[in-house]
Design a protein around this ligand. Sequence first.
Ligand code: AHM
Ligand code: MG
Length: 334
Amino acid sequence: QGERSLDRDCTTLSRHVLQQLHSFSADAQDLSAIMGRIGLAAKLIARRLSRAGLMENVLGVTGDINVQGETVKKMDVYANEVFISVFKQSGLVCRLASEEMEQPYYIPENCPIGRYTLLYDPIDGSSNVDININVGSIFAIRQQEGEDDGTASDLLQSGRKQIAAGYVLYGPSTMLVYSMGTGVHAFTLDPSLGEFILSNENIRIPHHGPVYSVNEGNFWQWEESIRDYIRYVHRHEGYTARYSGALVGDIHRILFQGGVFLYPGTVKKPEGKLRLLYETAPLAFLIEQAGGRASAGTQDILDVVPDKLHARSPLIIGSKEDVTLVESFIQERD
Ligand code: AHM
Ligand code: MG
């Protein structure tokens, strides 16, 4: 007892994608297959995470530094390779670009049939892996435009070009949340079935919420405008701070309960930490689809055009009212 009706239990991820697209066209079939493959990658990563403390060579660092200048964790490498291997034989995707690879990974045997590119952050919040708290994966799908001249310059376009985007949250249960431009839908992995089953359809983010999620340890590195906003929050009742070190988890909370997540730039690093193509733009796509907003400060995230594959952008994301309030502090100081 307590289980949902059989009807709900039967809406799997791939079936849901087809229903969303209202068709069995080639494109719909492709997108459904791509989402199925992302689901498979998520299951492989979730399985490894769930037994991490019992296996050798799962926790800790590799000793390498990635293209971002950050230490690489063993789970980063594993998860990055999982996405490559599930798409290699799929015929669906001819390029993958990720946080962990300086250049995109090309799968020439899938071209030109596979016209899609997958952009992803294999493990978001990887410092959480070693202490067994939530992490995530973030993904976006774009269509390849024209010929790739070998530099993937066609990827340097705004987030409005995304066809689909979402994240996987590896928490007490594993959830996959996605949007293809027709609302935001969440699936929960039923480990006994090995399937992602629809759990929340057409999620709408509250217009305002109590949570503000930001690393306040950076307070004195920020511009004065961000400090002004935080001082405002401290002076008003009804706010509560939550920050987990993995933005997927923090944004998941905000999607359901409302509020705002911020990773602003600092005086030394005005672009902040998070990367546009596979972190901030996919999450912006999703939150806008849920009725929220995502801003880089003076411009919507989805309008920001990156100048390189690993370009960064500040991020203010969440409930409409809360994002607009943060922006008003920034514009006042501009
Ligand atoms: P990662 O993808 O390399 O793990 O970095 C992204 C993460 C976000 O999930 C999180 O919000 C942020 O970095 C935490 O950074 P900080 O420790 O500077 O607050
Ligand atoms: Mg990341």
